[in-house]
Design a protein around this ligand. Structure first.
Ligand code: K1U
Ligand code: ZN
Length: 180
């Protein structure tokens, strides 16, 4: 397995709409495992292939609270899509590994139904609520070239992206972890 470098915003590579996977084969499974290793090392609860510069519709998620005794529960998904979203919404203060140390409240559908391919190339469908619903929508957004600050006001977005540009120039990010 390998730890991949995470792209920091603003960066045109985070705006690409990713290409669907034809089949989940050994190469895609290796990508999923490398992404999980990268996500756990960061640490984070999700990661999209777009964030590591790979143009494929692949995400990984693990929202298990391992610090409080929960067992790891990694999700490996290719071509994830929202096939139903609730009318009711929830607000969560989101973070992003591509926007280090930046947090803002984002409103999204509270519950979603997802269709995807799993690591065995089987089509699966599941319903998500709470943090899983937030996280899976955040990761699918990445595959469409959308980051969480695209959901907030332009003023707040510009402030965050300008701060990140300044921090990149000042060398605030570890080049071992980040693709700058
Ligand atoms: O996509 C990403 O950049 C990962 C992101 C996922 C996410 C977090 C919060 C709401 C929606 C989506 C993160 O994992 S940011 C880091 C984080 O939330 C976290 C890190 C360590 C422990 C618990 C959470
Ligand atoms: Zn993110």
């Amino acid at each position: 397995m390998a730890i991949l470098k995470i792209i920091v915003a603003p960066d045109p590579r985070l705006k690409i709409k990713a290409t669907p996977v034809k089949e989940v084969d050994a190469g895609i499974r290796k990508l999923m495992d490398d992404m999980l290793e990268t996500m756990y090392a960061a640490p984070g609860i999700g990661l999209a292939a777009t964030q590591v510069g790979v143009d494929k519709r692949v995400i990984v998620i693990d929202i298990a609270d391992t610090k409080n005794g929960e067992k790891p529960n990694p999700l490996r998904l290719a071509n994830p899509e929202v096939i139903w979203a609730s009318d009711d919404t929830s607000v969560y203060e989101e973070g992003c590994l591509s926007l280090p140390q930046k947090f803002e409240e984002v409103t999204r559908p509270a519950r979603v139904k997802i269709r995807a391919l799993n690591e065995k190339n089987e089509q699966i469908e599941f319903e998500a609520d709470d943090l899983l619903a937030t996280c899976v929508q955040h990761e699918i957004d990445h595959l469409d070239g959308v980051i969480f600050v695209d959901h907030i006001s332009r003023i707040k977005r510009d402030i965050i992206l300008r701060k990140l540009m300044k921090e990149k120039k000042q060398g605030a990010f570890d080049p071992k972890m980040h693709a700058l």
